[in-house]
Design a protein. Structure first.
Length: 333
């Protein structure tokens, strides 16, 4: 009875959506310094939003299309390297004092990465994934093979040495509020991720296309019987997922400042953790999981540095023991 009452109170307070707030409150006395806590919190939110960009695409493809795409990290890597190359080519604009030129350079870099993700996603779905629909074992094998090929292409084009990623001047520096310094780039990353989340939520929940996608997941045959080409919608979902991964890779490249060919593989672990704890096919779950991963990673790295590598795995195990389908799954399997 007591557990039921506590559960009801928790749901009324916002349910799983309040978990990031609870984590922030718990971390404050452990961090000790308020200024350090604010810096870590902003960094965690920015990191979470960038991971969300990469994870939301995989969550859509994995949860809605039932496709195990282990080649998703290739889009992340290509997005990062393409954005770095564009920024390097537009070095005069990147380093200019003009906000207009800075914005054009940033837009060109993110736009090139995103457009590549769209085109690569179309090719990947048509040529590699389509022949292995409904066969998870073959999906794993063929997408891992495609990932290996993609990594070799990156190695051949950009070489094996780390590549420096310049930032536009407008994204350099920090906002100083009292004793707190907040990096401009982190603020930009947060609001970009938030804008993408709002756009995806609007499309999936308040448009006819979103309704058809969700209906196609539940009963594909019925939707096709009504005269709709659900396969075209699923291709679009795959392309959008790949484009978001490339955009996230581009943002992460600017965040790190130095990237290598192993970037995608390293981030893929975090992406899979976010998709699993958030719930398959759920954009809201991906956002919630990404924010939790970003915040926890920054807090633990500051408070208990030796546990930083294991913190996200511990988070995933704890959440799956509590909610085996994830925090906010869109579909149950």
């Amino acid at each position: 009875m007591k557990k039921r009452i506590i559960g009801t109170m928790f749901e009324r307070a916002g349910g799983v959506n309040v978990l990031p707030v609870i984590l922030m409150i718990v971390a404050l006395p452990l961090v000790g310094s308020f200024s350090s806590w604010v810096t870590l919190t902003v960094a965690g939110l920015a990191m979470g939003m960038m991971i969300f960009l990469m994870a939301s695409g995989l969550s859509l493809v994995f949860g809605l299309m039932d496709v195990l795409n282990f080649g998703h990290s290739a889009f992340i890597s290509f997005g990062a390297f393409i954005a770095a190359s564009v920024l390097a080519a537009l070095a005069a604009w990147v380093g200019a004092d003009s906000l207009t030129l800075n914005f054009l350079a940033l837009f060109a870099a993110l736009g090139a990465a995103t457009l590549f993700g769209l085109a690569a996603g179309w090719f990947f779905e048509r040529v590699i994934v389509r022949p292995v629909y409904s066969d998870h074992l073959r999906q794993i094998l063929i997408t891992i093979g495609a990932l290996i090929v993609a990594e070799q292409i990156i190695l051949a084009v950009w070489g094996g040495n780390p590549v420096a990623v310049p930032r536009p001047t407008m994204l350099e520096g920090a906002f100083i509020i009292g004793d707190v310094a907040i990096e401009v780039y982190r603020v930009f990353a947060f609001f970009l991720g938030l804008a993408v989340f709002i756009a995806l939520s609007m499309v999936l929940n308040r448009t006819r296309i979103g309704l058809l996608i969700r209906a196609g997941v539940e009963n594909r045959e019925m939707v096709e019987a009504l005269g709709f080409r659900i396969d075209r919608l699923f291709i679009a979902v795959f392309m959008v997922g790949s484009a978001l991964a490339a955009m996230g890779g581009a943002m992460w490249a600017g965040y790190q400042g130095l990237i290598s060919g192993t970037l995608g593989g390293e981030l893929m672990i975090l992406v899979f953790i976010v998709v699993i704890i958030g719930g398959l096919g759920s954009i809201e779950g991906s956002l919630l999981g990404a924010v939790l991963v970003g915040l926890l990673g920054n807090y633990v790295a500051f408070i208990f540095p030796k546990l930083s590598l294991a913190s996200n795995m511990i988070l995933m195990m704890a959440i799956l023991l509590w909610r085996p389908l994830g925090l906010r799954p869109a579909v149950g399997r």
